[in-house]
Design a protein around this ligand. Sequence first.
Ligand SMILES: [Zn+2]
Length: 170
Amino acid sequence: MTYLATIFKKIKLDTHENVGWGKIHLPQEDMHTSAYWLALDPACCAEFEIEAVQEGLWGLAHLLCGIAPLFLMCDERDLRGVAQVKSPFTGRPTVFVCESIPGGVGLAAHLFAIREQFLSSAREALAACSCSYGCPACVGPDYEGRVASKEVARSLLESVLGASSRASRL
Ligand SMILES: [Zn+2]
């Protein structure tokens, strides 16, 4: 997994509310680990603006990383969500649930094994959350109210339910 941070967001500590952003220049960060990922059909994103797709993918990553520890009996810090509108790895809009432990310890493989139950639970959790546009308990906070990331995340999740998902070693 390769990380290259290009922008930063300023968030409030208590609410995670977005209060600004800026560009940064940092060296690329590489870590060899395992990940469970959802590669979406680009067609299911076509109805949304690119910013909305990005917010929706991040929302989905937040949701999946929030629920996965319930199935894996792990700490939420054991996982790290990554969202890419066009992943260099899959060539598609992709959400990764990466293991934070170098090499991985089987968490991603277990998520793949239980993917149907895992994704169904994610859908149920999203539907059950009483917020309107996103909150820390589901897809993350509603960033400045600009984009309905919860609605986009819901739409993207619906499109992947029934589509294929894969787990592998990166
Ligand atoms: Zn919510």
